[in-house]
Structure formats: structure tokens, C-alpha cells
Design a protein around this ligand. Structure first.
Ligand code: ADP
Length: 271
């Protein structure tokens, strides 16, 4: 599927010209294939909610004199349209992350604040399933990056933990910091992830149980988004899981040392 194009150019150096630049387009070809796949996957994923919305609208029309049916189909219609909007949001987010010209805020970020805001945004969903969100630990040093993107990534991990866990369980969100790295981990008591699927779940639209993911509002893009965000922050994401016992997702990010922090603060003052 990939092609290699050697692109030779003449470049001026001082008064002379030299023949340089063997430009390897293999990466370019690979990205093209990835984009085409992405468009095909997105089109496929859009078909389900779009089709369902059409059917629900027809059902409402044909059951106009039965208020109970109208209510039932209206609720289903709302759910499908929410799913559609969630999918569109995730597709936009991932496309932005994948494009090289993504404009990213670069600032000192207090990861404690980002984590607690992400927990707050998941409280209502957790309460709906009587899941207890337990937070622990603190980071002393900041990280460098985009607080919104980091928030999106942490929120996705917490959302998944809640989505795949049974009712009345616990989700633990921990922060630890050591030797220049901060780790944010999200631990659940859900079904766990078989070892041979642990790498694949970070691929776009890969789901272990597609029906369950869709039913619970999953788009299949959450972990790809997490992986991209973490990569852009020179960090890592890993999963540890024992099927039947639960999963722990751990995000590792480099912290900013005191000297760099001072430099960044001075630059910001100057700007
Ligand atoms: P989705 O929107 O389907 O949750 P993700 O990319 O976030 O998409 O996750 C991919 C798949 O990984 C999910 O469909 C699910 O099968 C699995 N998964 C993710 N998080 C968990 C978890 N905490 N426990 C069990 N399975 C999980």
C-alpha cells in the first residue's frame, strides 16, 4: 500500500548549487491511506445513527394518535441525535489532533486542577450508576501543554471506566509524581480487557463489544483521542488489566523542572 518517491532537488549553498534532498514520501503515502480509511470508517459509523433518526421520525409521524408511542420514539430520537453529535464532536477532535497544523495552547498546567475538573464533569454520570469516584494523590510540579486537551483525555478515561463498570462499583483516580514524571491513573472494577486486545483498543473505532459501546454512548474514538493527546505531550498511555477484575489506565507525562518553569514564566511575562 505504500510507495517510495525519491525527490531530488537542486539547492543553492553560498555561490554553489548542490544536488540534495532525497525526500522519502513513504510516510506521506501511509498518511494518505490512513485518511482514506478514516473517512470510510466515519461514513460507516454515521450511517447507523442517521438511519435510526430517519426511522424514528417516520415512526413518530405514523403513530401521531398514540401519545405513548410518540413519547417512546421521541426519546429514542433524542438519544440517537445525542449519539450522532457525540460522534461528530469526537471526529472533529481527532481530525484536529491528527492534522499537523493543530494549534495548541502551550502553558504551565496544574494537573491536579485538570483531574479534579474532569472528575466533577463525570459526577452525575457516576451517580446514575451509583459508582463512587475516589480521588487520591497530588502532583507538586506542573506539566507543559494544553489544559483543555489534557482534560479531554482524562475525562475520556474516567468516562470509559464508568461506562464499562457495573453499578455500585468504585473508580479510583490517582495522581503520583516522581523523578520528573507525573502519573494519572484511572482504575475500575469493570470487566477488564483481554491481553490480546490491550493494544488494539487504542485504534480508531476498535471496540471489544461494539453493541455495548454503542448502547452506552461510546463512539470508538475515545482512546485514540487519549493516545494522540498524550503523544503530543511527550507522554505515554498504558493499560493494565486482569479480565474479570478490572482495568487500570495510566497516563504518564513529563513534569517541568524549576529552571524551565522560570524560563516559561519569564517568556509569558515578556509576551
Ligand atoms: P468507546 O467509545 O467504544 O468506549 P474507546 O476508544 O474509548 O471507545 O475504547 C475502545 C474500546 O476499549 C471500548 O469499546 C471497550 O471495548 C474497551 N474499553 C475502554 N475502556 C475500558 C474499560 N475501562 N474497561 C473495559 N473495556 C474498556
Amino acid at each position: 500500500q505504500s510507495q517510495l518517491v525519491i525527490d531530488l532537488r537542486v539547492a543553492p549553498v553560498g555561490d554553489e548549487f548542490i544536488l540534495v534532498l532525497a525526500d522519502d514520501r513513504t510516510e506521506f503515502a501511509r498518511v494518505q491511506v490512513m485518511r482514506t480509511d478514516f473517512v470510510a470508517n466515519v461514513s460507516h459509523e454515521l450511517k447507523t445513527p442517521v438511519g435510526a433518526i430517519g426511522l424514528m421520525a417516520e415512526a413518530i409521524e405514523s403513530s401521531a394518535d398514540d401519545p405513548a408511542s410518540v413519547e417512546y420514539f421521541s426519546q429514542r430520537l433524542q438519544k440517537e441525535s445525542q449519539r450522532l453529535s457525540h460522534l461528530v464532536q469526537d471526529v472533529i477532535e481527532l481530525s484536529r489532533l491528527q492534522s499537523s497544523d493543530v494549534v495548541r495552547q502551550s502553558q504551565l498546567v496544574d494537573i491536579n486542577q485538570v483531574v479534579s475538573a474532569s472528575i466533577d464533569r463525570n459526577r452525575i454520570t457516576a451517580e446514575g450508576k451509583e459508582i463512587i469516584l475516589q480521588a487520591g494523590g497530588r502532583a507538586k510540579r506542573p506539566v507543559h501543554g494544553d489544559p483543555e486537551l489534557l482534560g479531554t483525555a482524562i475525562r475520556n478515561l474516567i468516562e470509559n471506566a464508568i461506562r464499562y463498570s457495573p453499578e455500585k462499583t468504585k473508580v479510583g483516580i490517582g495522581i503520583t509524581e516522581r523523578d520528573g514524571v507525573v502519573k494519572v491513573s484511572v482504575k475500575d472494577q469493570g470487566p477488564g480487557i483481554p491481553e490480546d486486545e490491550q493494544d488494539r483498543i487504542f485504534e480508531r473505532f476498535y471496540r471489544i463489544d461494539p453493541a455495548r459501546s454503542r448502547q452506552t454512548g461510546g463512539t470508538g474514538l475515545g482512546l485514540s483521542i487519549v493516545k494522540h493527546v498524550v503523544g503530543q505531550h511527550s507522554g505515554e498511555i498504558s493499560v493494565w488489566s486482569v479480565p474479570g477484575e478490572g482495568s487500570t489506565f495510566t497516563m504518564t507525562l513529563p513534569t517541568v523542572d524549576e529552571e524551565t518553569e522560570q524560563d516559561l514564566l519569564n517568556t509569558m511575562k515578556g509576551a
